[in-house]
Design a protein around this ligand. Structure first.
Ligand code: NAD
Length: 492
C-alpha cells in the first residue's frame, strides 16, 4: 500500500503553495504523535481562492460543458478515490482515530457519491411547464458560481464528497474548509481531483481556524452559497451572516436522537443496533442514538443486555482490526466528554458502565473514553438535552406511547430516530409522530446517497444528498418563449 504524501502545501486558487495562515498540527489521537505540521490558509488566501474560483467557474471551458461532459470529471474523481481507498482510509484513521473499517467505508462512500452525482447529472431533466398561454415556459438551473463547503471532523472525506460532488456537478467552483483537526484527507482528495484533470481553481482547500478561515468564506462577496455541517451554535452564527448577505445556506447540525425499543421487538437485534447506534465512531456522530427509551416492563432485562454488550466492545486504536471503539478525535474533546459525564453524576445519574478513561496501559497514551451508559435521569436533565458527541448513552424508561413521543420530541434537535418493533403499524405511527429528518426502523445508521438527509428544528435547515442536491447548488431562472406571430394586444 502506497502512503499518500502529507502535503506542506495547500491548493489555493489553482496553485499548490504554502498558506499564509497560522500553521496547524495534526495529532494521531491513538497515541498523541504529531503526524503533520501543516500550512493553513489566511483570509487573504480565501479572497484569492474566491476570486480565482469565480473566474474558473465562469470560464467557457467549464461553464459551457454539457452535463455528460462535466459528469466525466466526477466519474474520474470517484474512480481515483476507489483506487486509493486504502490509503485514504489509513490517513483518516491516523488523523481522526476512527477504526479502519469505518474509514474504509467512508472512502467507498465518497467514491460512490462522486459516481452517483455523475449519473444524476447526466439524467437531470429541464422540463417545460404546462402551457398557460401563447408561450412556453421552462425553468433552467444555473450554477451559483463559488460555493463554500465547511465540514466537521467526524467523517471528513464523506462530508467533503457530499458537498463537493453535487456542487461541481452543478457547474460551480468550491472553497472547501475542513475542520482544523482533520484536514489531511481533504488535501489528499484535492490531489486526486488534480489527477482527474479537474480545472485548477475549481477546488481550493483552505484549512485553518473556523472563526478566521470559515468566517472569511461565509462573508466573502463572491461566495453565493454555503453548505455547512457542524455544531448548532456555529451553524447559528453562520446562518446570521448568510442572512445578512441574502445567501442560501444548507446547515446540517447537531442532534440528541431518541432510539426507541418496544416490548415486541427482537431484543437481541435491538440491543445490537442500539449499541452500534451510540458507540460506533466512539459516539462522535451527529445521528448517534444517545437517548435510549425502553418500556418499563422489559427495562431491567434490556438494560442488562445493553450493559453486557457495551462491556464486551473492544476499545483500541483504529489501526487494530479488532478495535470497535477508537479514541476520540482530540485529547481536548475527550476531556470535554469526561467533564459532561462528571456533570451527569452531579445531576444524579447512575453510571451503568464506563464513565471513565480506561486504565489499560496500552491505552493510556491515547484519547480514549470507555463506552458509557447512564440512567436515573429524567429527559429534562442537561445530560439528556445537550449533545455530548462521545460514547455516552442515557437509558430512559417509559410507560406508554404518548408519554414516549412527548419525551422523544422534547429536545431542541430533530435529526434522527431509531424504532425497534415487530409491529409495522406501530412503527409507521410512531415514525410519523417523531420530529426527525431520518427515522430508522429495525436498523440504525445505514445511509444511502440516493436518499435526502436533513435535520428538523435546531438540527439544521435544508437538505443534502439525494439526486436533487445538484439543484441546491444552482439558481433557478425561468424562461418564457412567445409563440404568437402577432404583437401583444395592449401595444398594438
Ligand atoms: P464545529 O461547528 O466546531 O465546526 C464545524 C466546521 O465549522 C469546522 O470546519 C470549523 O472550523 C468551522 N467553523 C467553526 N467556527 C466557524 C465560524 N465562525 N464560521 C465558519 N466556520 C466555522 O463542529 P465540529 O466540532 O467540527 O463537529 C461536530 C459537530 O458537527 C457536532 O455538533 C455534530 O452533531 C455536527 N455534525 C452534524 C452533521 C449533520 O449532518 N447534521 C454531521 C456531522 C457532524
Amino acid at each position: 500500500m502506497r502512503t499518500l504524501p502529507i502535503p506542506d502545501e495547500i491548493p489555493v486558487a489553482g496553485r499548490w503553495r504554502r498558506g499564509r495562515g497560522t500553521p496547524l498540527e495534526c495529532i494521531d489521537p491513538a497515541n498523541g504523535d504529531v503526524i503533520a505540521k501543516l500550512t493553513a490558509a489566511s483570509p487573504a488566501d480565501v479572497d484569492e481562492a474566491a476570486r480565482a474560483g469565480a473566474t474558473a467557474a465562469a470560464a467557457p471551458s467549464w461553464r459551457d460543458l454539457l452535463p455528460h461532459e462535466r459528469a466525466r470529471f466526477l466519474v474520474r474523481i470517484g474512480d481515483l478515490i476507489d483506487r486509493h481507498a486504502d490509503e485514504l482510509a489509513e490517513l483518516q484513521t491516523r488523523n481522526t482515530g476512527k477504526t479502519r473499517a469505518e474509514t474504509r467505508a467512508l472512502a467507498s462512500s465518497a467514491a460512490g457519491t462522486f459516481q452517483f452525482y455523475a449519473a444524476a447529472l447526466e439524467t437531470t431533466e429541464t422540463p417545460l411547464s404546462p402551457q398557460r398561454g401563447p408561450y412556453l415556459t421552462m425553468s433552467v438551473p444555473e450554477p451559483i458560481g463559488v460555493v463554500g463547503a465547511i465540514t466537521p471532523w467526524n467523517s471528513p472525506i464523506a462530508s467533503d464528497a457530499q458537498k463537493i460532488a453535487p456542487a461541481l456537478a452543478a457547474g460551480n467552483a468550491v472553497l472547501l474548509k475542513p475542520a482544523e483537526a482533520t484536514p489531511l484527507v481533504s488535501l489528499a482528495l484535492a490531489r486526486l481531483t488534480v489527477e482527474a484533470g479537474l480545472p485548477p481553481a475549481l477546488l481550493s482547500v483552505l484549512p485553518g481556524k473556523g472563526s478566521v478561515v470559515g468566517d472569511a468564506i461565509v462573508r466573502h462577496p463572491a461566495v453565493g452559497k454555503v453548505s455547512f455541517t457542524g455544531g448548532t451554535n456555529t451553524g447559528r452564527a453562520v446562518g446570521h451572516l448568510a442572512a445578512d448577505k441574502f445567501m442560501p445556506l444548507t446547515s446540517e447540525l447537531g442532534g440528541k436522537s431518541p432510539t426507541i425499543v418496544f416490548d415486541d421487538a427482537d431484543l437481541d437485534q435491538a440491543a445490537a443496533g442500539i449499541l452500534f447506534g451510540i458507540f460506533s465512531s466512539s459516539g462522535q456522530s451527529c445521528i448517534a442514538g444517545s437517548r435510549i427509551f425502553v418500556p418499563e416492563p422489559v427495562y431491567g432485562e434490556f438494560v442488562e443486555r445493553l450493559v453486557a454488550g457495551a462491556q464486551r466492545l473492544r476499545v483500541g486504536p483504529g489501526t487494530d482490526p479488532a478495535s470497535q471503539v477508537g479514541p476520540l478525535v482530540t485529547f481536548a474533546h475527550r476531556d470535554r466528554v469526561a467533564a459532561m459525564v462528571d456533570r451527569a453524576r452531579e445531576e444524579g445519574a447512575n453510571v451503568l458502565c464506563g464513565g471513565r478513561i480506561p486504565d489499560a496501559p496500552e491505552l493510556t497514551g491515547g484519547a480514549y473514553y470507555l463506552p458509557t451508559l447512564l440512567d436515573g435521569l429524567s429527559n429534562d436533565a442537561r445530560t439528556c438535552q445537550e449533545e455530548i458527541f462521545g460514547p455516552v448513552g442515557v437509558v430512559l424508561p417509559y410507560r406508554d406511547e404518548d408519554e414516549l413521543i412527548a419525551q422523544a420530541n422534547d429536545t431542541i434537535y430533530g435529526l434522527a430516530c431509531g424504532i425497534w418493533t415487530r409491529d409495522y403499524r406501530r412503527a409507521w405511527r410512531v415514525a410519523r409522530r417523531i420530529d426527525a429528518g431520518t427515522v430508522w426502523i429495525n436498523t440504525y445508521k445505514q445511509f444511502s446517497i440516493a436518499t435526502p438527509f436533513s435535520g428538523m428544528k435546531a438540527s439544521g435547515v435544508g437538505t443534502d444528498k439525494g439526486r436533487d442536491a445538484i439543484l441546491r447548488y444552482t439558481r433557478q431562472k425561468s424562461l418564457y418563449w412567445g409563440l404568437d406571430e402577432a404583437p401583444l394586444p395592449w401595444a398594438r
